[in-house]
Design a binder for this molecule. Sequence first.
Ligand SMILES: C[S@@+](CC[C@H](N)C(=O)[O-])C[C@H]1O[C@@H](n2cnc3c(N)ncnc32)[C@H](O)[C@@H]1O
Length: 104
Amino acid sequence: MTSLRSAAYPLGNTDAEHERLIRQAKRVAPITERFFREAGIRRGQRVLDIGSGVGDLAMLVARLVGSSGEVVAIERDPRSIAKARARVSEAGLHNVSFIESDVD
Ligand SMILES: C[S@@+](CC[C@H](N)C(=O)[O-])C[C@H]1O[C@@H](n2cnc3c(N)ncnc32)[C@H](O)[C@@H]1O
């Protein structure tokens, strides 16, 4: 029997899945941003993003909290983290850090 601890992420971490996540994030970004604003995410806050994938949500929140705030993003897949770091750098954001870890 496979324990939850060792279970693979059901949608996988392939290039195709990464591209799907990016398309999905773009499409719902206005809704996501409104949701976080209504939830009280503000400039200067520190936010933990668990299961950060290729970083879309982390980047959106990084812009909301601004340079006086910070996002710490945890992801267990090293390829996803490498892509996320490259995207954050390309976006010129300096307030996001990624930690490779399995939260289980
Ligand atoms: C829906 S995707 C990420 C979506 C991402 N937040 C975004 O902005 O597009 C979920 C991610 O959670 C990661 N994940 C699943 N279980 C995890 C665990 N136990 N610890 C760390 N990361 C995990 C997967 O590898 C996958 O990249």
